[in-house]
Design a protein around this ligand. Sequence first.
Ligand code: BG6
Length: 509
Amino acid sequence: MEKNKKIAPTLLFIFGGSGDLNFRKLTPALFNLYIDGWLPEKITITGIARTDYDSKDYRERLHEGIQQFSRRKEWPEGKWETFAEKLNYIQLDVKQKEDYEKIGKHIEEKSKEFGSHPNVIFYMAVAPQLVPAIAQNLRQLQVCADSKCSRIVVEKPFGHDLKSARELNKLLGGLYKEEQIYRIDHYLGKETVQNILAFRFANALFEPVWNRNYIDHIQITASETVGVEDRGGYYEGSGALRDMVQNHILQLLCMIAMEPPLSFDANEIRNKKVDVLNAIRKITRENVHENAVRGQYSSGWMKGEQVKGYREEPDVSKNSATETFAAVKFFIDNWRWQGVPFYVRTGKRLNAKASVISVAFRPAPNYSFPKEATETWRPNRITFSIQPDMDIRLRFQAKRPGTELSLNPVNMVFNYKQAYEEGEPEAYETLLLNAMEGDPTLFMRSDQVEASWEVIMPILEAWESRPPVDFPNYSPGSWGPEDMEALIAREGHNWVTLPLPPSDKKPGE
Ligand code: BG6
């Protein structure tokens, strides 16, 4: 049954149709939307790439991707077959202007068949250097001049640095209206990330203490156990700071730190986020070493398995200076956050996969309790676990049962899986649906992208001008280089112990 009456008939074109992103993420997400009844009945999804496929082979390959990567392992009989009818393939060389006529022809035919003017969405799941040519060549199609019914979706990385991001914004801005450009950051599609705004602004309890008077510091971790896998070629030119901090982590920071929006209007939310980015204290090239730490993984053992060092990975230089770990200390110079450190860290081949935000409160005065009672006293803490567990934990002191007065930190937990039976959509499901609906709230506006590049540029420049002398400097399965402890120890802090204990089990279970 079609749930979403808001979406007009749609023609979705995926550039990079034969690529990994489509195979692992996009088509499985679209299939799940279809099963859940969110797709309009009148829709075609067309993969575009250079590879020579006929529609049958293409559909078969996508079917394999769904079987391997979809969050659903089972679906009602016949669903795949009816979904597959909506899938097409166009072989096209993105640099050949004439080839784009094939897209024009598909649009013309389907518009006639649907009997109405469809929305047309072009998704760029391609290497970033191909985006300008595609964006330019698409403009010859009449439909792209209509800002109400045509959109382009651009994957990250959006630019390689501030200059190239500005150039890309300028180029796209010259061809399309801002409201047609959907810059994806898949972290914004994650349920738990979206829930940060509900937690903060739909409750009377937390917002009054959400400031420098009560909060001591904030930590954001996005750690991974995988190495660079087969993406060495891309990662060599990127590194952890560009790959994770410039986009995902700064977006999480914005959600945690932004002022309450006046409405949930897309531009209002994005304005509030840009305000945060603009208020981040500029790190200068001279003080980068006090505010940022980089690392690269060596070879070693992880969970009983021998793994390669970064420099031995395919397509990586033997003396690569690319960082696979980054930790940064930010301060936000506004009334709410003045003086509160925001520590962020991310890396590959770390001890556990975890995306966690931890909000540490100032300690309560403990003078009234006997000293023995407060030995395990810990300040309050709110922890948002984004993955792998999806939960929110509030730590507070409780009296331990017994005749003596002894205090213990305990957790009050909200766990998504326990609270809601229905499976949560994957980030790409939410984002693809929003792009089809024409809701840009969870997408990056041009000024947001540029502001976040501005934040990290001094670090990038300082690191590039001073090649690391100690790489590789952390072992796989560790939590990163030693220096990361010193980064936050200066203010008397420690990194949160991860992974968090499972939240859906009682202690001792
Ligand atoms: C991508 C990065 O944007 O995010 C990858 O390019 C990284 O290097 C991935 O592995 C992490 O995403 P998630 O959703 O697994 O945390």
